[in-house]
Ligand binder design. Structure first.
Ligand SMILES: [Zn+2]
Ligand SMILES: [Zn+2]
Length: 744
C-alpha cells in the first residue's frame, strides 16, 4: 500500500514546507526529521491460544507471538510497547482461552475509566464464546447486586488497587470460588504504578498473591506498560515475581517530527516569544487547511489562552479548547464535533491523553515537554490516520527539561525511556500493609512478605506468627497519598481536592496564591487541626513564593557508598515554611515579604549525597556554586527516572554541622520527597555519571549568562532562588564529570 500525504499538504510536498509557508514564518523550525513507517509483521503462530485467535480472525504480530510462547513456557511476561501496538491481545487471548475452561483472571487498572474501557473490549471478544456475561468491572461504582453476581459468576474481573485493598482482600472468604481458580493476574498500564502509589500497589500485589496461594492458586502474571527502561525489573518490584520482558517498536504511518522554537526577541536568543502565541499560530494554520490537530498543553489556563489567541482569525470557529472542567455533555459535544470535522483543532490538557476516542488525527502539537519520554510518545502516538503521514510538533518552553531536549532533539526521538520505581519495603508504608496481610491471614515469619527488620511493636507475636492488633487496618491506609491529608475547599465549603501535609504548608499556606488545575486562588485560611484549606478566586496580579528552612540529618549506620564518592542512605528531613514573598507577574518585583510560622514537617527518607570538589572555587563562591549545582541536578533527574521535579528535594551545605561517614567538605543532598522514600534518589545515584554529565552539558549550553529557569532557577527553592552562581556550578560539574567519565 502506498504511503500518502493528506490532501491539504500534498501541494507542499510535506509538512515541513507546509509549516514554512505560514505567513510571517521566521525560521522557527529548529529541527526536522522524517520517521519511516514500520508496520509490524504478522507471523504464523501454532501455539495453545491459536483456536481463540482463529475464532477472532487474528494472526498475531511477531512480538505478540513471542509473548504467547513465553507464557506457554510458564513465564510471567511484561510487555513494554508503544501506544496502539496491540499489547492488549497478549492478555486477551490467554484470558479468554482460560475462561473457556472455567478458569478466572483478575485485571488491575490504575483507574476506573481505564478498566471500563478494557471491559467493553473484553466483553466483545468473549462474545463468540458466549462468555460476555462473565466479564465484570468491580469498582466503587458497582452496585451491590452486580458485585454479588461478579463474585459468584465472574470469570474475568477488572478492578483497581483501591478496590482490591478495601473490598476484595479483607473479604477474601467471599472470593474463594474466584481466587481458587485464578489462572491469570493482569497488571495493565504498569508504568502508572510508580512512586508512592506504586509502592502501595507492590504491597497489595504481594498480599493478593499470598491470599491466592491460600486458595491453592499461583496465577501467571501478565503485565503491560508503556515503554520504560526497566520493564522486567519494575514488574518484579511490583509483584515479587520474576519476569520476561517483550518489547516492540512500530508505527503504522510515517511521521514528520518538528521542533518549533518560538521566535527570538533579542539577538542572543536569551528571550523568546511565548510558546502559547506560537501554538495559536499553528492552530490557525492547521484549521485553515482543515487538518485535524490536537494541541497538548500543561494546564487548563494555557489551553484557554491559546484558543483565545486565535479569536479574530477567519477560522476561529474551528478551534476549541477541551479541558477536564467541562461537563460530560459539553465534552461529548466537542468530541462529536471534532470527529465530524466541524472543529479541526482541539487545544487540550492531558485530559485527552488516554483512551478517549476522537478518531484519527493528522497532527499533534505539544506545548512544553510532557515530563517523560514515555508520555511524549503516548501523545505523539495519537497522530496518524491509516497510512497517511502524520505530524508531531514540539514547542519548548523555559524549563530545564525543555532546554535539554531543545539542544538534543534526536535524543527525544531516540533516547532510552526512564525507569519506573516502586519500593515495597518503604518503612512507612510497610507496617500498615503487614497489618492488613495479618488481618487477611496471620503472617508466619518465614513468609517472604514478613520483614522482621521493618516490624514495629504494634503486632502481637504468638509462636512464630504475627497478628494485628488493629480492628480494620485497611482504613489506616490512603493509597493515593501518604500520611496526613488536607482538603481544599471553596468559600461555600465544597471540596475541591486534596493535598498532603507537606505540600499544604508549602503551596497553600495562608496568603499563598495557589494554582489548582491551572486556575489561581488565594488561600484564605489553613486550619492544621481540621486539616482544611479555604480558597478564594484570585484576581491578584502577583504570585507567591514560600521561604523555608530545610535540614537533613544522616543516619550513619544506614549509609552506603553506591559508587566512589556517591552515597545513599536513610536520612531525616526536617522542613519548616517560615514566610513567603509576593512577586509581581512579569516584572518579578518583590512587593512584600511576610513572615509565617507553619508547623514543622519531618520524616525519614532516602537521600543521595556527595562532596563536590569545591576546593577549585574561591571560598566565597562555594555556597552559591553548590546551591546552583543542586538545582540543576534536580531539574534533570527526571531524565533518568519517572519522576517530576517536585518528587525530590535538595539541600546543600557549605559546611555540614555533623560528622558524615563520607568525610568532610561542602555537601549536596538530594532526597526523595516522600516519607520512607521510594527510590528516586537511589536511581539517581546508580546513574550518577550520566546525571552529572547531563548537568554539565546543560549548564555549559544554556544561552543565559547568570542563570535562568532553563538551567538553575527552580520554582521549588526554599530561599527564592537567591545565592545561585551558574559559573561556579559549571566549574564543579565539569570537574565531577571528569571524575565519572567511564560510568554509564
Ligand atoms: Zn540558563
Ligand atoms: Zn534552592
Amino acid at each position: 500500500m502506498p504511503l500518502m500525504l493528506p490532501l491539504a499538504v500534498e501541494p507542499f510536498g510535506g509538512y515541513k514546507h507546509w509549516l514554512e509557508a505560514i505567513p510571517g514564518y521566521s525560521q522557527q523550525i529548529s529541527f526536522h526529521s522524517l520517521l519511516p513507517a514500520i508496520p509490524p509483521q504478522p507471523v504464523t503462530y501454532e501455539g495453545v491460544f491459536r483456536p481463540t485467535l482463529s475464532r477472532w480472525g487474528i494472526a498475531p504480530y511477531e512480538h505478540q507471538a513471542a509473548a504467547f510462547e513465553l507464557l506457554e513456557a510458564g513465564h510471567n511476561v511484561v510487555m513494554a510497547t508503544p501506544t496502539a501496538s496491540g499489547k492488549s491481545l497478549v492478555f486477551q487471548a490467554p484470558v479468554v482461552s482460560a475462561m473457556q475452561e472455567g478458569a478466572t483472571a483478575l485485571f488491575i487498572y490504575p483507574t476506573k475509566a481505564l478498566a471500563r474501557d478494557q471491559w467493553s473490549r473484553l466483553e466483545t471478544l468473549a462474545d463468540p464464546f458466549e462468555l460476555s456475561q462473565r466479564v465484570f468491572t468491580y469498582d466503587g461504582d458497582t452496585l451491590p447486586a452486580r458485585r454479588k453476581k461478579a463474585r459468584e459468576e465472574g470469570l474475568a474481573i477488572l478492578t483497581n488497587p483501591d478496590m482490591l485493598h478495601f473490598g476484595i482482600l479483607p473479604n477474601h472468604g467471599r472470593w474463594a470460588r474466584f481466587l481458587s481458580r485464578l489462572r491469570y493476574l493482569v497488571i495493565d498500564e504498569a508504568h502508572y504504578h510508580r512512586g508512592v502509589f506504586g509502592s502501595h500497589v507492590a504491597l497489595i500485589m504481594r498480599r493478593l498473591l499470598r491470599i491466592a496461594a491460600h486458595y491453592g492458586a499461583s496465577p501467571q502474571i501478565i503485565a503491560a506498560s508503556a515503554t520504560i527502561a526497566n520493564p522486567a525489573t519494575h514488574a518484579a518490584a511490583l509483584t515479587g515475581q520474576p519476569f520476561e520482558a517483550v518489547s516492540a517498536s512500530g508505527r503504522g504511518s510515517e511521521m514528520e517530527f518538528v521542533v518549533w522554537l518560538p521566535r527570538a526577541l533579542d539577538p542572543s536568543g536569551e528571550r523568546r516569544r511565548s510558546a502559547n502565541l506560537e501554538a495559536a499560530e499553528l492552530a490557525v494554520w492547521a484549521a485553515t487547511h482543515d487538518l485535524k490537530t490536537l494541541i497538548f498543553t500543561g494546564s487548563r489556563k494555557t489551553a484557554e489562552l491559546i484558543s483565545r489567541y486565535t479569536r479574530g482569525s477567519d477560522v476561529e470557529d474551528k478551534i476549541r479548547s477541551y479541558r477536564a472542567g467541562y461537563t460530560a455533555s459539553e465534552r461529548e459535544k466537542l468530541e462529536e464535533a471534532f470527529r465530524a470535522g466541524e472543529i479541526s483543532v482541539l487545544v487540550s490538557t492531558s485530559a485527552l491523553e488516554l483512551g478517549i476516542d476522537i478518531g484519527g488525527l493528522d497532527a499533534v502539537v505539544m506545548v512544553g515537554y510532557p515530563g517523560s519520554v514515555n508520555s511524549f510518545w503516548q501523545r505523539a502516538g495519537r497522530a496518524g490516520r491509516g497510512r497517511e503521514r502524520a505530524l508531531t510538533v514540539w514547542i519548548p518552553r523555559e524549563d530545564p527539561l525543555d532546554e535539554y531536549f531543545l539542544r538534543r532533539p534526536e535524543l527525544l526521538l531516540g533516547s532510552a525511556p526512564e525507569s519506573a520505581v516502586a519500593d515495597w519495603q518503604n518503612p512507612y508504608l510497610y507496617p500498615d500493609h503487614l497489618h492488613c496481610a495479618a488481618y487477611e491471614k496471620p503472617v508466619v515469619e518465614s513468609e517472604p512478605i514478613c520483614k522482621p527488620a521493618l516490624l514495629n511493636d504494634s503486632f502481637i507475636r504468638r509462636r512464630n506468627a504475627c497478628y494485628t492488633t488493629y480492628k480494620v487496618p485497611h482504613r489506616r491506609i490512603s493509597l493515593r497519598g501518604s500520611g496526613v491529608v488536607f482538603t481544599l475547599r471553596d468559600a461555600a465549603g465544597n471540596a475541591m481536592g486534596q493535598l498532603d501535609e507537606r505540600q499544604a504548608y508549602w503551596e497553600a499556606h495562608p496568603g499563598a496564591i495557589y494554582l489548582h488545575q491551572g486556575e489561581s486562588y488565594l488561600v484564605r485560611n489553613l486550619d492544621p487541626k481540621k486539616r482544611e484549606i479555604v480558597l478564594l478566586p484570585s484576581l491578584e496580579d502577583y504570585y507567591t513564593q514560600p521561604r523555608a528552612s530545610t535540614e537533613i540529618l544522616v543516619y550513619p549506620e544506614w549509609a552506603e557508598e553506591v559508587t566512589s564518592g556517591v552515597w545513599v542512605g536513610r536520612v531525616r528531613m526536617r522542613e519548616q515554611v517560615t514566610g513567603f514573598v509576593k512577586k509581581r507577574y512579569v516584572t518579578e518585583a518583590v512587593l512584600e515579604e511576610i513572615e509565617l510560622e507553619m508547623p514543622e514537617v519531618s520524616f525519614d527518607t532516602e537521600a543521595v549525597w556527595f562532596h563536590p570538589p569545591a576546593q577549585a572555587l574561591s571560598p566565597d563562591l562555594v555556597p552559591s556554586g553548590i546551591h546552583a549545582l543542586e538545582h540543576a541536578m534536580i531539574g534533570l533527574l527526571p531524565l533518568f527516572v519517572l519522576a517530576e521535579r517536585r518528587d525530590v528535594g535538595g539541600v546543600s551545605y557549605p559546611i555540614y554541622p555533623h560528622e558524615l561517614p563520607s568525610g568532610e567538605g561542602p555537601v549536596i543532598f538530594i532526597y526523595d520527597g516522600y516519607p520512607g522514600g521510594v527510590g528516586y534518589a537511589r536511581a539517581g545515584a546508580e546513574q550518577f555519571g550520566r546525571w552529572i554529565r547531563a548537568t554539565y552539558d546543560q549548564l555549559a549550553g544554556c544561552p543565559c549568562s547568570h542563570g535562568c529557569p532553563r538551567c538553575i532557577l527552580s520554582p521549588k527553592c526554599g530561599n527564592g532562588n537567591q545565592f545561585l552562581d551558574k559559573q561556579a556550578a559549571l566549574e564543579l560539574a565539569e570537574r565531577l564529570s571528569a571524575i565519572f567519565p567511564t560510568l554509564k
